[in-house]
Design a protein around this ligand. Sequence first.
Ligand SMILES: *[C@@H]1O[C@H](CO)[C@@H](O)[C@H](O)[C@H]1NC(C)=O
Ligand SMILES: *[C@@H]1O[C@H](CO)[C@@H](O)[C@H](O)[C@H]1NC(C)=O
Length: 301
Amino acid sequence: MKLSNALSIGLLTLPSVVAWGGLGHITTAFIASHFVSNTTQAHFQELLRNDEPDYLAGVATWADSIRYTSWGRFTKNFHFIDAHDNPPESCNVDFERDCKESGCVISALANYTQQSLDTRIPEWQRAQAAKFVIHFVGDLHQPLHNEDVALGGNRIHVLWDGRKYNLHHVWDSSIAEKWIGGRHGSPYLLAKKWANQLTVEIADGKFAEEKDAWVKDLEFEDPIATAMAWSRECNTYVCTHVFPEGPKAIVGQELGGAYFEAAGPVIEKQVARAGLRMAAWLDRIAAEYEKRSQGDVGDEL
Ligand SMILES: *[C@@H]1O[C@H](CO)[C@@H](O)[C@H](O)[C@H]1NC(C)=O
Ligand SMILES: *[C@@H]1O[C@H](CO)[C@@H](O)[C@H](O)[C@H]1NC(C)=O
């Protein structure tokens, strides 16, 4: 009784600003686990102490679970960047203009990438850094995590198949859930199935031709530039698919029909991109970490 009271109070007081929903994050991480190299897999399975196929997927939503705790509050601005652009006329992201002093998803990805390479910090801290990296690569691929308008759409109320939601939630969860045919069942099983399908599409299906372009500009030495490129690409969808008629016109609209038909393929492609890019990023982290830790051994000899 007490426990359920506490739980329901906890749920009620959760702010409406929730991150790119569980399905998107978990699917992205499962896709990444299909594309990482064997040595990368071994590196992260050891670091995250999980030999199962869900070693990445199992930690993909951890960063959301701590952001409203008193310990985790310092991370609350790490999940997004508030692009102060003007959709639908102009979409753009500017690091100097849009990243808050307390941080944003761009600086957070850079910060935790550095920490995951640091041979001098304890393993638990590198594991924590890895969990942040896995989460923030996902967040960077949700259009409304790369937009300021109405708190990334949190303050815009719309209809989704007749029910009221905020627009941010629609882009975090509703579109993906409807795209895969509903959310009945375990999110892990749904995500795994969707990830398997998207892995085939990336490897030799509809994304095969463009997949190299997705990782071509990845600059591991410059995480800010890389994250900004992903952010800018994602933010363009704010003008074309999130607010094609502008933020005012969407208020109260039913989005489960034609809007969904246009948005579904965007979400699908963004999840696929995020998964492949996460794999490439984790490959670089694992390789660089191994290089540095061998260098340390050499120095000591
Ligand atoms: C990676 O591991 C898989 C399965 O464990 C194996 O089939 C494959 O040959 C390995 N690849 C390399 C390059 O070692
Ligand atoms: C970097 O990570 C550390 C450890 O979590 C955190 O205390 C710090 O605020 C972060 N800095 C930025 C700029 O993200």
